[in-house]
Design a protein around this ligand. Structure first.
Ligand SMILES: [Zn+2]
Length: 393
């Protein structure tokens, strides 16, 4: 039996404050790992949004980007930048900008989804057809499936194997193709709340990979659970020394250009053949973000279980910061969608993880923290939903 149904100490594991508080400007709470709140009750992501709007000189940043590209541009026809891109709106925007506005020669790299969707694949095909060189990394699906099962059971997140590959595959491609520059889209830690140490610089330390992307558990943790090093190899980073010898630099496009996901969406509809989904994603109201993987909805759902922060909370929080909706509208959307169960791909998920519905719910419930959830009869209820804020709950 690979399931681990013991109650997890979620608060301690993620260092969560036991008193739930919501940001005064957006919908995120202090339960998001690594986020900080200031004395006025405003989250680090909202502070950063104001800084980015009011204080950054985007013309100066534009010059920095030109200089960066000039420094890395190659004259022998070889690739000069790696762009991690699934065919979604963000990576496609970055790749298109770098190639067609800055004259770079990008190699676009995609780590295969666990269970791909049709809309995701057709957007990737449309993106490649817009004129890009592209490599798809596809690990052994038997291993991927096993890692998904284990990470769901032990880490409360079935998406971990994808996150490993997504973070490490671009590093492999950079080393292999002798490319020094890797350009990501936004720095999620800074834009959405988290570790602010990179807020004022364009790069990320390679050494932070394990901490931010693997929840403190590097891929070889799984060797203890019967997954061999050979199985794990495609998921792991290249040797540290080879990354250093290559003089690899990881940069964020969001440092150089004002980052606005909705604008990226419009840009990609115009330039890379991107199509939104025909129906909204479960757990939220949007149709154009994170469309590639049928497992995706469970990653967001586990976020709701562990932190009380579902997909609609994440979407509304950044749309409030981006001035697309008001906080009151955001709260109404959270109330309506945040707790929605990802039913559409539930059968696929159970089959992929080889578990029953009862086992699924037992694992999920083992990740509920007492300070976030209470049980009302047979129903789990949030102790502090944002729409009851100030009601003395
Ligand atoms: Zn906020």
């Amino acid at each position: 039996m690979f399931l681990n149904l013991e109650s997890k100490n979620v608060a301690e594991r993620y260092g969560l404050p036991l008193q739930v508080r919501f940001c005064k400007l957006c919908t995120v709470s202090n339960q998001r790992p690594r986020i900080s709140f200031d004395d006025e009750g405003i989250c680090s992501a909202c502070r950063y949004a104001v800084y980015k709007r009011e204080q950054v000189s985007w013309t100066a940043r534009e010059r920095e980007l030109q200089a960066l590209c000039n420094r890395h541009r190659k004259s022998d026809g070889s690739y000069d930048v790696i762009v991690p891109c699934s065919g979604g709106k963000d990576g496609s925007y970055v790749a298109h900008q770098l190639k067609y506005h800055y004259g770079m020669n990008p190699l676009c790299v995609t780590w295969a989804p666990l269970l791909p969707t049709e809309i995701g694949r057709s957007n990737l095909d449309a993106f490649i057809a817009a004129g890009f060189n592209h490599v798809l990394g596809t690990p052994n699906p038997i291993v991927t499936r096993r890692l998904t099962q284990l990470s769901f059971a032990h880490m409360g997140d079935p998406f971990q194997p994808f996150i490993y590959g997504q973070a490490n595959f671009p590093l492999h491609m950079a080393v292999k193709h002798n490319v020094q520059l890797i350009m990501y889209g936004e720095n999620g830690e800074v834009e959405y709340g988290g570790d602010m140490k990179n807020a004022f610089r364009p790069t990320r330390d390679i050494a932070d990979h394990d901490k931010h992307y693997f929840s403190g558990l590097p891929p070889d943790f799984w060797a203890e659970h019967g997954v061999s090093l050979a199985d794990m190899y495609p998921f792991m980073a290249p040797k540290y020394q080879s990354i250093i010898d290559n003089r690899t630099e990881i940069h964020f496009f969001g440092y150089y250009k004002f980052w606005d996901p909705q604008e990226n969406f419009y840009y990609c509809v115009e330039n890379t053949g991107f199509s939104p989904n025909t129906e909204r994603s479960e757990g939220t109201y949007s149709k154009y973000a994170s469309l590639d993987d049928r497992i995706d909805g469970f990653h967001y759902y586990l976020g709701l279980i562990k932190f009380g922060i579902g997909r609609a909370t994440s979407d509304t929080a950044h749309e409030i910061r981006d001035h697309k909706i008001t906080r009151d509208e955001g709260i109404a959307l959270v109330r309506r969608y945040d707790g929605e169960f990802p039913q559409r791909h539930f059968r696929d998920f159970l089959e992929y993880c080889d578990i029953s519905e009862e086992e699924f719910h037992a694992v999920v419930d083992s990740w509920r923290a007492d300070h976030i959830w209470r049980k009302d009869g047979a129903r789990w209820m949030l102790r502090h939903p944002i729409w009851e804020e100030g009601a003395g709950a």
